[in-house]
Design a binder for this molecule. Sequence first.
Ligand SMILES: *Cc1c(COP(=O)(O)O)cnc(C)c1O
Length: 366
Amino acid sequence: MDGKEFRHRGKEVVDYIVDYLESITERRVFPDKKPGFIRDLIPDSAPIDGEKWSDIFKDMETVIMPGVTHWQSPHMHAYFPALNSYPSMLAEMLTNAINCLGFTWASTVLIIMASSPVCTELEMVVMNWLGKMIGLPDEFLHRKEGRGGGVIQTTASECTLISLLAGRYVAIKMYKELFPEATKHEINGKLVAYCSDQAHSSVEKAALIGLVTLRYIESDEDLSMRGDKLLQCIRQDRENGLIPFWVCATLGTTGSCAFDNLQEVADVCYNELLWCHVDAAYAGSAFICPEYRTWLKGIDKADSIAFNPSKWLMVHFDCTAMWVKDSGALHGAFNVNPLYLKHEYSGLAIDYMLCPIVALANPSQQ
Ligand SMILES: *Cc1c(COP(=O)(O)O)cnc(C)c1O
């Protein structure tokens, strides 16, 4: 396909999108297909000769749409809202055209894989906007002084894992200083993480990947995790020679939109030197309204927070906004620094690759 045909086909696709969204209520929300249905509709192997776009595009209605669950339908009441919008779709088109990876600030010099400065700079400014919009304390924002700041991650699950691994890094470093003869594997084996019995399954998954024990704190009659129960459990674990290190508080649980008592939980974490992560994936967007921020009280004592603009703010999946107070913990946990990624502003400008999953994909270099 050349530019001339793309102009034509692109407009056709835009028309198709608008027609789809404007008539979505006429479609059945959940498909009535059986597992494996698509095998009868398309060949076992890719064709030797490519097909014409016009033929491929016809498959949208005959092959794809019959198997789609229409999340954008106003009749879809499962899971959570996953709103999109026309401006968000236009932005996707433009970023697809630029199609660069924005993992380091630099664009030239030693770089073989040229990254892109505008990605980093825009992300920092917009993450500050968003942080101010939901009323985060200044320590979570990018500032000239201070090590806080926001970063866009793919999912809330990924943020939970990242914060758990950052907390693990901090705990191991601290215990290595206290007990120099202990190995990091011995310390890791004693680490304990905590969340409410209402927390999202991604917390359990993060603990599995991080090879740490996870304890569920029984929530109260409002399905809220409280400080006293948490503290009791932490003390018990310490008595048994274990190392409590990380807590996930949920603001707006997936099951019932319950809120942990962040003020109490963050207080316990602060006093007991545990990393406090706040999972506000679903309900975090609501903090834009000041009247809902009572639930956010205690955030000044938390270490990281994440919420999903892709759930409620009409931005495409996947987009999770995450802030940390001390990016040094992320740098420590994930820093890899191969020669081919060094640039003349290394250490001066933010390189987002130092924290996201890009660094995780290469554990052999850690
Ligand atoms: C939706 C949700 C998640 C998972 O979000 P992903 O971005 O899909 O990983 C985690 N926690 C809570 C409270 C949620 O509502």
